[in-house]
Design a protein around this ligand. Structure first.
Ligand code: IMP
Ligand code: MG
Length: 179
């Protein structure tokens, strides 16, 4: 099995994340203020991003309901391609405006699955927001409405994103390199 270690230089620093989130929330606020909004984060990768995002929504006078679904397809650095819903949301999204939040849009299967699932639950409007986008890896026909950073095809960890459960705690985004 290949060994991976964390590259010394951050790909995206804590400060860069903060600045970009501030900009994204202005866009979100413009489109979503005044709506009966429910934020649904996709666990586990989006927990930090979702938490920072809703604090900024608060400052912009948006006070959503917040819930999470736990969707997974991953093991190691490879997607198995098969989606599983490991934990359902508790809130009823029927008739609500929903903002789906995920850490990264890679093949797109996770976000596509989550969007279809929430659509089937009767959401009135769905917007999607991801911190990172790797467009070169896309398999599903989906784009996010709000994207923090477009990145190359590298495996990133930190700020919620993991490699086999590790590195979620980093406050910045780093790259895993082989060896
Ligand atoms: P997708 O279904 O292929 O779009 O993958 C999305 C999910 O895979 C994300 O929510 C992440 O949890 C995980 N993922 C994809 N790329 C990376 C990465 O570079 N680092 C860590 N997790 C990743
Ligand atoms: Mg994820």
């Amino acid at each position: 099995m290949n060994q991976f270690s964390l590259h010394r230089e951050p790909l995206i620093t804590e400060l860069e994340i903060k600045v970009r989130l501030g900009q994204m929330v202005l866009e979100l606020a413009r489109d979503l203020r005044g709506r009966q909004l429910t934020v649904i984060g996709i666990l586990r990768g989006s927990f930090m991003f979702t938490a920072d995002l809703v604090r900024l929504l608060y400052i912009n006078d948006i006070h959503p309901l917040i819930d999470f679904i736990f969707v997974t397809s991953y093991s190691g650095t490879k997607s198995s391609g098969e989606m599983r819903l490991l934990r359902d949301m508790s809130l009823d999204v029927n008739g609500r405006w929903v903002l789906i939040v995920d850490d990264i849009l890679d093949t797109g299967r996770t976000l596509e699955y989550a969007r279809n699932y929430i659509q089937d639950r009767g959401a009135a409007q769905i917007h999607t927001c991801v911190l990172l986008d790797k467009p070169s890896r896309r398999l599903a026909d989906i784009q996010a409405d709000y994207v923090g950073f477009k990145i190359e095809d590298v495996f990133v960890v930190g700020y919620g994103l993991d490699y086999n459960g590790r590195y979620r705690d980093l406050p910045y985004l780093g790259v895993l390199k082989e060896g």
